[in-house]
Design a protein around this ligand. Structure first.
Ligand code: GLN
Length: 284
């Protein structure tokens, strides 16, 4: 088979599980299996491909079985950067890119210090570091996720700008730290426990501790809104990713603490994040 025929074969096999993304995924899989990039694939697409039947069948079977493409390939793109991923961390979502955009908008040319809580693969922390003068301290409770995040920092040559530490952000130890930041970002677990069972097969392959936000999905936000304002420098900001239906809950939490807020949407049109500040005027 030619590369083109191989891609078509994979696309057709994936149609029932991937729908409109089948063509995109087939191209990624072909590039991965033959070790070529997209441009090369276009150039040689009508040449005969080496026989990789077993690897192709195995990959198609894993994908049809619900394994996320990023885990099969071992990497994914986020904010124009390539990240290693494994089942130890959530796969970076395109929806999360707006969190980075808002963070960069706020940081501008500042030499800021940033805290990223629940960093996972490190995608938010590293995308911020790659596109600003900020130094980022990134935390996660999972040592396995931190191993991946550190590898990502090395691969992206950002280890001098981002440090990774194991930390339980709900603990008293974390609450009592005195360091202050210009910006605190977090994409914490925010799915209500009872909704976990209804998530797609793919999401079920991801670590529960990166998804489960407790009974109401708000356990991290409730705690963070209590403790993070004291960790902000004057004029600082907190930016959270939130679930599409959590705007009202977050508004109530901010109002109870007298914080100022502005919600923003992802490119799918869902409310996806909130910028919070302690001092007034600009927002609310
Ligand atoms: N947005 C993710 C999802 O839909 C959840 C991420 C999170 O809990 N932080 O699966």
């Amino acid at each position: 088979m030619t590369y083109f025929q191989t891609k078509k074969y994979i696309k057709e096999a994936l149609l029932p599980v991937c729908g409109e993304y089948a063509s995109y995924e087939a191209e990624k899989i072909v590039c991965h299996i033959f070790g070529i990039d997209k441009r090369t694939l276009t150039l040689i697409s009508h040449e005969e491909a080496p026989d990789k039947t077993e690897e192709i069948e195995n990959t198609v079977a894993r994908r049809k079985n619900g394994e996320p493409l990023a885990y099969i390939l071992g990497n994914t793109d986020f904010f124009g950067l390539n990240f290693l991923v494994s089942p130890a961390c959530l796969t970076p979502r395109a929806d999360t890119e707006v969190i980075v955009e808002r963070a960069l908008e706020f940081l501008g040319e500042k030499y800021a210090n940033v805290l990223d809580i629940c960093t996972g693969s490190g995608c938010i922390a590293l995308a911020i570091a790659a596109n600003s003068h900020a130094k980022v301290r990134a935390l996660d409770i999972s040592k396995d996720a931190l191993d991946i995040a550190r590898k990502n920092a090395e691969r992206l040559s950002l280890s001098h700008k981002v440090t990774f530490e194991s930390c339980n952000a709900l603990s008293e130890d974390f609450a009592s730290e005195c360091e202050k930041y210009d910006l605190i970002v977090s994409n914490p677990p925010y799915i209500p426990t009872k909704d976990i069972a209804d998530l797609s097969e793919e999401v079920h392959r991801e670590p529960l501790c990166a998804l489960d936000g407790g009974e109401d999905g708000l356990i991290f936000y409730k705690r963070f809104i209590e403790i993070l304002p004291a960790k902000l420098k004057l004029g600082g900001r907190i930016i959270f990713e939130i679930g599409y239906d959590q705007e009202n809950a977050l508004r109530a939490l901010c109002e109870k603490k007298g914080l100022f807020y502005e919600f923003f949407r992802d490119y799918g049109g869902n409310v996806r994040g909130v910028v919070i500040k302690i001092d007034q005027n600009e927002y609310k």
